[in-house]
Design a protein around this ligand. Structure first.
Ligand SMILES: *Cc1c(COP(=O)(O)O)cnc(C)c1O
Length: 393
């Protein structure tokens, strides 16, 4: 029983220890905390289920049908006997969504980055990585064993300086996200495409937070910018705006052939459960056919930002559905999160080491569950707390 905690020494310092906080989902984007911190339902402002598809009847029906017809698990990896027809249908649909020849489904976005990057580059090569890239990208880079050059966030000039001095003779890969998960800002994709052509690099873009939300068919920021054929490797997840789970990589047939042979997180892992792939397929079809879903979200995002401005918040709220509210010190961010919790709002404080010191913030993500009233009320609460100088105006 109990005794000495042998793992204590490996924990982060007390102020940075994270704890799980169980919640119960009440539907409609509301949740109840089960950790004793408050007893009333909260509006969830930290979900990535932007289009509210996780509860959509089309996904649930498709998922249930796949579960009943194909079973609870795929039973094996794709290269063994797990290569269900369903995955091929999903990949064809994803390739259409992204305007590319081919796509390959992975277990998750994390697994995709872990598998793809080492498949593309190795020890004699170099990776140019935006400083604020997601942890899964960094982990993929580490596994690749290539030289890693980090360039300043969204700074093509700094990237070019790095390319001039460090491009080397081997292969070179530039990796960015299209919408960054913490600041909600956009990568300068056109500049990056110009650089990747000038310096003969591969360009990989992680669209985890953009898939389903931008572009004519929901193909992402790459599609919105008309750059589908310029991006060598496009990654997206089914777990965020698509309301399901899993991920994909889209590109040329040659890319997919390489990944099937070299991406170890694809080769050595059981295929996704059919019910999950079925939900993803339904989601991709929905976002391609119903641009109104995106339009509804963007209208709500604009309304929330306008309401915040109306409350006297003048900091940059960014161009996307991810809205950072700058606070500064970590302690303050936690205080503000708690104060909002008391007012029925669940928003997560993002603190160092996830973001640089002195830039702790609250991250609001807007979803289609948020009604206009909910958004106006939330902005009013934030404004009130700002006037008590908890938020930077
Ligand atoms: C969330 C995220 C991932 C991981 O995707 P999962 O499907 O949740 O594993 C990868 N890259 C970025 C940029 C992300 O935001």
């Amino acid at each position: 029983m109990g005794g000495v905690n042998r793992f204590q020494t490996r924990l982060p310092v007390a102020a940075e220890v994270r704890r799980l906080r169980p919640v119960r989902r009440l539907g409609g984007g509301r949740l109840l905390r089960l950790d004793g911190e408050g007893t009333h339902p909260l509006v969830d402002f930290s979900s990535n289920d932007y289009l509210a598809l996780a509860e959509h009847p089309a996904l649930i029906t498709a998922s249930r049908r796949c579960l009943e017809q194909l079973g609870a698990g795929a039973g094996a990896a794709r290269l063994m006997s797990g290569d269900l027809e369903l995955f091929h249908t999903l990949e064809t649909e994803v390739a259409c969504l992204k305007g590319r020849e081919a796509a390959l489904v992975f277990g998750s976005g994390y697994l995709a980055n872990l598998g793809v990057i080492p498949a593309l580059v190795g020890r004699d090569d170099v990776i140019f990585c935006d400083r604020l890239n997601h942890a899964s990208i960094y982990d993929g880079c580490r596994l690749a064993g290539a030289r890693l050059m980090r360039f300043r966030h969204n700074d093509p000039e700094h990237l070019e300086d790095c390319l001039k001095t460090r491009r080397g003779a081997g292969a070179a890969l530039i990796v960015v996200e299209s919408i960054y998960s913490m600041d909600g800002d956009l990568a300068p994709l056109r500049d990056l495409v110009a650089l990747k052509n000038r310096y003969d690099c591969l360009l990989m873009v992680d669209e985890a937070h953009a898939t389903g939300l931008y572009g004519e068919n929901g193909g992402g920021v790459i599609q919105a910018e008309g750059l589908a054929l310029e991006v060598d490797v496009a990654l997206g997840t089914f777990g965020k705006a698509l309301g399901s789970y899993g991920a994909f990589v889209a590109g040329s047939r040659g890319l997919v052939e390489l990944l099937v042979n070299r991406a170890r997180s694809f080769i050595y892992s059981t295929a996704l459960p059919p019910a999950v792939a079925g939900a993803s397929l339904a989601a991709v079809r929905l976002v391609r056919r119903q641009p109104a879903l995106r339009a509804d979200l963007h209208r709500k995002v604009a309304l929330f930002k306008a309401a915040l401005h109306g409350q006297g918040i003048t900091t940059d709220l960014g161009p996307s559905q991810i809205i950072p509210l700058m606070v500064g010190e970590s302690g303050r961010a936690m205080e503000l999160a708690a104060a909002l919790g008391q007012r029925g709002i669940f928003a997560t404080a993002v603190r160092p080491p996830t973001v640089p010191h002195g830039t702790a913030r609250l991250r609001f993500s807007i979803t289609r569950h948020h009604t206009e009233d909910v958004l106006r009320d939330a902005a009013a609460h934030i404004g009130e707390l700002a006037r008590q100088s908890l938020v930077q105006k």
